[in-house]
Structure formats: structure tokens, C-alpha cells
Design a protein around this ligand. Structure first.
Ligand SMILES: Cc1cc2nc3c(=O)[nH]c(=O)nc-3n(C[C@H](O)[C@H](O)[C@H](O)COP(=O)(O)O)c2cc1C
Length: 199
């Protein structure tokens, strides 16, 4: 049996190994994520920077083995394409942003930005622990709100699958091809504008 593919980013300039190693796998083995690893993942999110240190992020977590009903509930909120592979993850999450500052109730224009930053830190920690993390826009936010009991004022932002990464060949053919396709990025010159907007 082959192992997970090496998906190291072909970075054009030097970046840390942790950043090069992060990618979004779809092949998960179904193996459980240990409680210690889960704590580390959440701790990495906890130490993200945020506007006014407002820490607007929340994560609703369902472990495949420990909370099977919640896991099935979260899985059902995903788009069919995402369900196809995410069902083998060890953990599913919904990242949720509190849209107003807890301290004064004023709207937090950066709540989604900060929640994304926390998730990004979690993804890097996952890579450091030898786990895979895959974020998803393909989920039904209203269903997630109902399934998880997310109150008004809190926005379901993204779904997340985390687990031990399996071989590409374990996926259906179309997904297996995407799992090993070359990783691509726009060149810096297209979006890094020195001295003012260009374009
Ligand atoms: C906010 C967000 C939403 C995403 N939604 C999906 C999704 O619904 N399904 C999916 O397969 N991948 C999804 N992805 C993964 C992206 O397709 C992936 O990050 C991108 O292709 C770059 O690949 P890499 O993460 O392996 O570098 C999402 C990623 C992010 C950050």
C-alpha cells in the first residue's frame, strides 16, 4: 500500500518548511485524531492574532468515533462532492465567527478575517503533527446552524475536515487525479503591488 503523496509546495522563494508542507488532502484513512493532537490544533488557533484581540472564532467539533451522531450531522451539511471524501476524516468542524465584539457589542468588520487566520494556524499545526486539514466552503450554512444550534449573531464560515492522510489511490478516480495534480499559485507580481495599486 502506498503512502500519502508528497505535496510540498514548489515555492519560488524561501519559506518555512511548515508552510511548504501544508496542503488540502482529500484522502483520509478514517483513523481517529488523538485528544492531544486535537488540543494542539485548537491551541494553535487560539493564539492567532485578531482585531482588538476580540478572538471571534468558534469551532463546533465532531469526532468520528467519539461523537458519531454529531459527525453524521456535520457530514450531512457538506455538499455531496465534499461528503464523498470528508466522511473518512477523523474530525469534522464548523468554523464560526462572532459578528460583534463581545466587549461592546459593536459590529466586528474583521470577524471573518480573524476566524480565517485562526483556521490557517490550525492548518499549519496539523501539518506539523503529520495530519491533514481541508477547509471547505462547500457546505450549507443554514443546515450547519440548525445541526449545531449556532445562535444568531454567529456566522458559520467554513467546514473543516481533519485526519490522517491516506494514499491518493484510495479515492475515486476523479478525486485521485486532483490529489496528485501539480500545485499552482498566481505569481507574486499579479497581486503584490509596490507603491500603489497596479492593474
Ligand atoms: C475557505 C476555503 C474553502 C474551500 N472550499 C473547498 C471545498 O468546498 N471543497 C474542496 O474540495 N476544497 C475546498 N478548499 C480547498 C482549496 O481548494 C485549496 O485550498 C486550494 O485548491 C489550494 O490547495 P492547497 O490547500 O492544497 O494548497 C477550500 C479552501 C478554503 C481556504
Amino acid at each position: 500500500m502506498s503512502t500519502a503523496p508528497d505535496r510540498e509546495a514548489p515555492a519560488a522563494y524561501p519559506i518555512e518548511a511548515l508552510l511548504r508542507r501544508r496542503w488540502s488532502p482529500r484522502s483520509f484513512t478514517g483513523e481517529a485524531v488523538s485528544p492531544a493532537a486535537l488540543q494542539s490544533l485548537l491551541e494553535a488557533a487560539r493564539w492567532a492574532a485578531s482585531c482588538n484581540n476580540g478572538q471571534p472564532w468558534h469551532f463546533v467539533i465532531a469526532r468520528r468515533e467519539a461523537e458519531p451522531a454529531a459527525f453524521a450531522g456535520l457530514l450531512a451539511t457538506l455538499s455531496p462532492n465534499n461528503q464523498d471524501w470528508a466522511r473518512q476524516a477523523g474530525v469534522l468542524m464548523i468554523a464560526v465567527a462572532r459578528l460583534a465584539f463581545a466587549a461592546n457589542g459593536k459590529p466586528n468588520r474583521h470577524a471573518l478575517y480573524d476566524t480565517g487566520a485562526a483556521a490557517a494556524q490550525m492548518a499549519l499545526q496539523a501539518g506539523a503533527l503529520g495530519l491533514g486539514m481541508h477547509q471547505m466552503a462547500g457546505f450549507d450554512a443554514d443546515r450547519a446552524r440548525a445541526a449545531c444550534g449556532i445562535p444568531e449573531g454567529f456566522e458559520p464560515v467554513a467546514a473543516i475536515a481533519i485526519g490522517h492522510v491516506g494514499p491518493a489511490e484510495a479515492l475515486p478516480e476523479a478525486l485521485a487525479e486532483r490529489e496528485v495534480a501539480p500545485r499552482q499559485r498566481r505569481p507574486q507580481a499579479e497581486w503584490a503591488f509596490f507603491g500603489g495599486w497596479q492593474g
